[in-house]
Design a protein around this ligand. Structure first.
Ligand code: ADE
Length: 311
């Protein structure tokens, strides 16, 4: 029996609309994986005639860890979320290989040529202002604002679709052609139609504590995830952008130290060369009271105004 029959017995999900013949995927056996996460690996490949496109399309193929049922469930859930969304700033699902008996599971998606935003920012960090790493364009503060704006557009779209991302971080944003930002990694995402929030069923193993809103880590608040908790994480992403990929709270390793630090009213510092306006925006995303954080339409408005000013 295939694991897919257990996870998706009626096969009525994305698998139906997106099924793609495995033999029409061409992998470069010598190439290292594009990415490696807790739940699986991502490879670059070419797909023949996918989504009615031209002959060959470069794609990214995500596959679960071998023999880990959790990683399969996780990837299928990620795929279902991707199948529901279409936006310029959200990574697109192209296809999947989920036929029973046909393993491993493959999830085929849009390829982002500049990889994940965290590594991209680190590679683009100015050294002395003029000595740039080879092949990387110097980024202006306007570029950094534009990245922040595009990510907010993608997340606002998800919010409108009732999708909570729950793992927004620069490592989970991809940088595509023309440096267009694509929100990716929906492994922790949840569809919350009719609720607007999500309560974690159990404490999970590894949590992205440095990106998490305090209420999502608090028993008293029933570990409540909401659009407002995505806003908190978005603020940390903007901080990562403005620092060229620095690690937040570098000296804090214990989750309770971070919670104490935040509850005492302290926050990540203003990055060098970050304007007061942008720092105020991230700061507002880090209000303890979730309802006092700006909504994504307000965030877009404020960033839009700043982009006009720096035109
Ligand atoms: N790394 C993880 N996912 C990727 C994708 N879709 N494109 C390029 N690199 C990736």
């Amino acid at each position: 029996n295939s694991v897919f029959e257990y996870v998706d017995p009626d096969r009525k999900f994305a698998s139906e609309r997106f099924e793609f013949p495995r033999d029409a995927l061409v992998f470069d056996a010598a190439a290292p994986p594009l990415g490696e996460g807790a739940f699986g690996q991502v490879f670059k490949a070419e797909a023949l005639h996918i989504k009615g496109k031209e002959e060959r399309t470069i794609v990214a193929v995500k596959t679960p860890k071998v023999d880990d049922p959790d990683s399969i469930t996780n990837l299928l859930s990620e795929m279902e979320i991707m199948a529901k969304v279409t936006h310029e700033n959200v990574i697109k699902l192209y296809g999947c290989c989920t036929q029973p008996g046909d393993e491993p599971l493959y999830v085929i998606m849009e390829y982002a040529e500049h990889g994940n935003l965290k590594d991209f920012l680190r590679a683009s960090k100015p050294n002395d202002g003029y000595l740039q790493p080879r092949g990387v364009l110097p980024l202006t503060s306007r570029d950094l604002l534009r990245f922040s704006y595009q990510i907010a557009s993608g997340v606002k779209y998800l919010t409108d679709k009732k999708v909570l991302h729950r793992d927004l971080a620069a490592r989970n944003i991809l940088v595509a052609e023309n440096f267009v930002m694509k929100v990716a990694d929906f492994g922790l995402s949840r569809y919350v139609q009719g609720h607007d929030y999500y309560k974690k069923q159990q404490i999970q193993g590894l949590l992205p504590v440095k990106w998490m809103a305090p209420e999502t880590m608090s028993e008293e608040h029933e570990y409540r995830y909401s659009t407002e908790s995505d806003v908190w994480s978005y603020g940390v992403v903007v901080w990562e952008i403005m620092t060229f990929g620095a690690t937040p709270y570098p000296n804090m390793t214990r989750p309770d130290h971070i919670t104490d630090f935040l509850n005492q009213g302290m926050r990540l510092e203003r990055p060098q060369n970050c304007s007061e306006e942008v720092y105020r925006l991230m700061w507002d995303c880090w209000m303890i009271e979730p309802s006092r954080r700006p909504k994504f339409d307000v965030i877009l408005q404020r960033l839009g105004d700043l982009l006009q000013l720096t035109a």
